[in-house]
Design a protein around this ligand. Structure first.
Ligand code: PLP
Length: 395
């Protein structure tokens, strides 16, 4: 028998120290009627298919069949991204780390990325031995700014990791041109943006990008998983070796060290979801349009004009956020904060000597951003309740 309260207490104890906002999330866990993830509903809607796929994995006759099963999913995911190659990993963090290592990123080098992202982006860079160099995002879509990247480049810069934040897509064209001019690698952090496109091109817009299958992601497994997608066959060959315990790529193993391939059990959960990913993305976009109509005049984090966002989150920047969150929670609506405190304030990065004043847009995003439930399984009634609860909480 699972002791749910003990688990809640454990998780809250662990995370409260660096994320006081989870106090509210913790309450929501027990009380919210309308949550942000829709994880349970996603799985219920595909219960039979997922069970069938799990049966195939558990009934595999040998490990070669398991391997082939994952390989087939990699090919399907590459096709979904309109790229020729994909390599599954245990997480997006591992995907970013192993890709950067394969591209030659290591100690003594710098990697430029956005100050507004989940800690994992910076961690993956840090784990290669390189130094993350942070750039303030654009205030509109909160994706990395070209001007910031230009200013951050030095002779030590080896790579740029733009983040397609909240499912919106960074303006990649000029960043890719700049990188090519300088001989710098680009690895897109697509964790939040599967299926998103800019100017009709899906992410990754450049050669290579990394995705997350964490359970709350638009294509979410039962635990975690990730994928590297690339149009570079040589990189794919090296990465396929690097993620495997028996893989033999010495450079990548020196950087990444830990085998980190994608598990067939995760694939069993992900496969039916990949088939629905486009339809679910459209439902998220429809919900975002409804919210935008309802909240016109408010400061929403919006994609650029030529972007089809994955709408991983619908984010508004507001004052009195905690009061609004508590009031919405009392009406049974969970909300999220991504991410406060921001990772660059974390004691884990104290030795970097970072100064938060360098990234005013990211600081403001952390202090005022509020993510509303916008997953594809929200009913129309629930969407109306979110709108009403938000209006009520802010009046
Ligand atoms: C922008 C971003 N990058 C990287 C990651 C790391 O993904 P994973 O949990 O699969 O390692 C996440 C996960 O939330 C993310 O949001």
């Amino acid at each position: 028998m699972i002791d749910r309260d003990a688990i809640k207490r454990f998780v809250l104890r662990r995370y409260q120290s660096f994320a006081p906002a989870l106090d509210i999330a913790g309450q929501a866990w027990g009380a919210a009627v309308t949550g942000c993830d829709g994880y349970e509903r996603q799985n219920l809607s595909l219960k039979d298919e997922i069970s069938r796929e799990l049966g195939r994995v558990l009934g595999a006759r040998n490990t070669f069949e398991l391997w082939s099963y994952t390989k087939a999913f990699e090919a399907d995911f590459a096709a979904f991204c309109q790229k020729p190659h994909a390599v599954g990993t245990s997480s997006c963090t591992a995907a970013l780390q192993v890709t950067l290592a394969a591209l030659g990123v290591g100690p003594g080098q710098e990697v430029v990325t956005s100050a507004h992202t989940f800690v994992a982006t910076a961690l993956a860079i840090h784990n290669t031995g390189a130094t993350p160099v942070l750039v303030d995002p654009e205030p509109g879509d909160l994706c990395i700014s070209l001007r910031g990247v230009e200013k951050a480049l030095t002779s030590r810069t080896r790579a740029i990791v733009p983040v397609h934040m909240h499912g919106h897509v960074a303006d990649m064209g000029p960043i890719l041109d700049l990188a090519e001019e300088r001989g710098i690698a680009v690895v897109e952090d697509c964790a939040q943006a599967p299926g998103a496109s800019r100017g009709g091109r899906r992410v990754p817009i450049g050669h290579t990008g990394c995705f997350s299958f964490f359970a709350n992601k638009p294509i979410g497994g039962a635990g975690n998983g990730g994928m590297i997608v690339t149009d570079d066959p040589e990189l794919e060959r090296r990465l396929a070796l690097a993620v495997d315990p028996e893989g033999g790529d010495p450079v990548v193993l020196a950087g990444a060290r830990t085998p980190c391939y994608l598990d067939a059990l995760e694939v069993a959960v992900l496969k039916p979801k990949l088939a629905r990913a486009d339809a679910w993305r459209e439902r998220r976009a429809a919900i975002a349009r409804r919210y935008l109509d309802a909240f016109s005049g408010l400061d929403a984090v919006l994609p650029s004009r030529n972007v089809e966002s994955a709408w991983y989150g619908f984010v508004l920047r507001i004052a009195n956020r905690n009061r609004v969150r508590s009031r919405m929670l009392r009406r049974g609506i969970e909300t999220r904060v991504e991410y406060d405190p921001p990772f660059f304030r974390s004691p884990a990065f104290a030795k970097m000597g970072w100064n938060a004043r360098s990234w005013p847009v990211a600081v403001r995003a952390a202090q005022s951003g509020l993510t509303l439930p916008a997953h594809p399984f929200l009913t129309i009634e629930e969407q109306e309740r979110v709108i009403e609860a938000f209006k009520n909480a802010t009046s």
